[in-house]
Write a protein that binds this ligand. Structure first.
Ligand code: OSB
Ligand code: MG
Length: 368
C-alpha cells in the first residue's frame, strides 16, 4: 500500500429536500473528497463532517486543516502493509475521528482495488444486497408526515425513521402509527432531550417502535442507561458511540440495545468493524447510519453493511432521493428496500470527474 499522491476536492450539492432535525435545517451538503493514489490505482473517501459542529464536535475547516497539514505528511511517499498499519501512523493523535476516517477509508478503497476485491468482501461481508430504510426530517404537520411516510413505504423502504424534537414527538408518531399499523418505525432525537423528559419519552412506548435513537446528550452514556430502565422501547445510540470501547461500555451498562454505526464517527472502517463485533458479542444489532452522503460515502456504507450483524435496515437509501446529479457515475438505487452492493473492486463506484470539476469549490494536489 504505497501512497504516492493525494487530492482534496470540495463540492457543494443542493439537497432535493429540506432536512430538518432537532439541531437545524439542511438544504445542501458541502462534500469533501479525498483521493489517494498509489501503484496505478486510486482510492477515494468522502468526509461527513459539517461546516458547523451541530451533530458532533468536528468541523469541515478543522478536519481539512488536519488532513492537509498533519495527516497527509505522515503517509505521503510511504508504504504500509495494509490500511490498519496506515491508520497506526495516525495513532498518536487524539479524537478527530471524522478527519482520520477520511484518510483511512480512502486507504481501504485503494487497498481493495490493489487486491482486486470488493471492499465488503475484504471486510468479511457476504451479502450482495442490503436492507435499507429512510430517515425523514421534521415535517410541517401530521398530514405532511403521514404523506412523506406513505411515499417512502410505497417505494419499499423497510424502516421509517422520523426525526423528533421536544414538542414534536408523540404527534407525528401517533399519526404515522395510526396510518401504518405494521411498518417498522423508529424516531431519532439527535440529543434534544434530558432525563427530565422521561415521562414524555415514556409516552412513546405505546407505538411499538423498534428503537428510539439518541434521545440524550451527544457525549452521554450514563443518563441513557438510566433512561433505558424507564422505557420498554430499546434505545439506539448514534452520537454517543465514537469507538469500540464506547460500544462495550454502553452495552455493558445497558445504555441501549442497538447501535447506529457510522464509519466516520468511529474513525474508520477497521474501528467500525470492531464496533460491529463488540455489538455482536453482546447480542445487540447494528445498522448503518447516514450523514446525507454523496455516492462515495454511500458506497462505503453499503459495503460495510454486508457484515453479518447489520441485521436492521440502514439509512443508505437511494442516491436519487438526495441529489439531482451525484458525484459518482453509477446509480445507487434501492429496489423494494434492497440496495445492491456495487460490484467490482474497492467500493465499486467511480468519481464523476466532469461533474465534480464543474461544481468544485476547491481542488488541490498533495505530493510527498
Ligand atoms: O442522526 O442519523 C442522524 C443526517 C445528518 C446528521 C445526523 C443524522 C442524519 C440522518 C440522515 O439521519 C440519514 C441519511 O439519510 O443519510
Ligand atoms: Mg441519528
Amino acid at each position: 500500500l504505497r501512497i504516492e499522491a493525494a487530492e482534496i476536492m470540495i463540492v457543494r450539492l443542493p439537497l432535493k429536500f429540506r432536512f430538518e432535525t432537532s439541531f437545524g435545517v439542511q438544504t445542501a451538503r458541502t462534500v469533501p473528497l479525498l483521493v489517494l493514489h498509489g501503484d496505478g490505482v486510486q482510492g477515494v473517501s468522502e468526509g461527513t463532517m459539517e461546516v458547523a459542529p451541530m451533530y458532533r464536535e468536528e468541523t469541515l475547516a478543522g478536519a481539512l486543516d488536519l488532513v492537509r497539514n498533519i495527516f497527509l505528511p505522515r503517509i505521503l511517499g510511504k508504504t504500509f502493509a495494509n490500511p490498519e498499519e496506515l491508520n497506526d501512523a495516525l495513532g498518536a493523535f487524539r479524537g478527530n475521528k471524522m478527519a482520520r476516517a477520511m484518510v483511512e477509508m480512502a486507504a481501504w478503497d485503494l487497498w481493495a482495488r490493489m487486491l482486486n476485491v470488493p471492499l465488503g468482501t475484504l471486510l468479511g461481508g457476504r451479502k450482495t444486497q442490503v436492507e435499507v430504510g429512510v430517515s425523514l426530517g421534521i415535517q410541517a404537520d401530521e398530514a405532511a408526515t403521514v404523506d412523506a411516510v406513505r411515499r417512502h413505504v410505497e417505494q419499499g423502504y423497510r424502516r421509517i425513521k422520523l426525526k423528533i424534537k421536544p414538542g414534536w414527538d408523540e404527534a407525528p408518531v401517533r399519526a404515522t402509527r395510526e396510518a401504518f399499523p405494521d411498518i417498522r418505525l423508529t424516531v431519532d432525537a439527535n440529543s434534544a432531550y434530558t432525563l427530565a423528559d422521561s415521562v414524555r419519552l415514556r409516552a412513546l412506548d405505546q407505538y411499538k417502535m423498534t428503537y428510539i435513537e439518541q434521545p440524550l446528550a451527544w457525549d452521554d452514556l450514563i443518563d441513557h442507561a438510566t433512561l433505558q430502565t424507564r422505557l420498554q422501547t430499546p434505545l439506539c445510540l448514534d452520537e454517543s458511540i465514537a469507538s469500540a470501547a464506547d460500544a462495550r461500555k454502553a452495552l455493558a451498562i445497558g445504555a441501549g440495545g442497538v447501535i447506529n454505526l457510522k464509519v466516520a464517527r468511529v474513525g474508520g472502517l477497521a474501528e467500525a468493524r470492531r464496533v460491529h463485533d463488540v455489538a455482536q458479542a453482546f447480542g445487540a444489532p447494528v445498522w448503518c447510519g447516514g450523514m446525507l452522503e454523496g455516492g462515495v460515502g454511500r458506497a462505503h456504507n453499503i459495503h460495510l453493511s454486508t457484515l453479518p450483524n447489520f441485521t436492521l435496515p440502514g439509512d443508505t437509501s437511494s442516491a436519487s432521493r438526495y441529489w439531482e446529479t451525484d458525484i459518482i457515475n453509477e446509480p445507487l438505487e434501492a429496489v423494494d428496500g434492497l440496495m445492491p452492493v456495487p460490484e467490482g473492486p474497492g467500493i465499486g463506484v467511480t468519481l464523476n470527474r466532469d461533474f465534480i470539476e464543474s461544481v468544485a469549490e476547491l481542488t488541490e494536489e498533495h505530493r510527498p
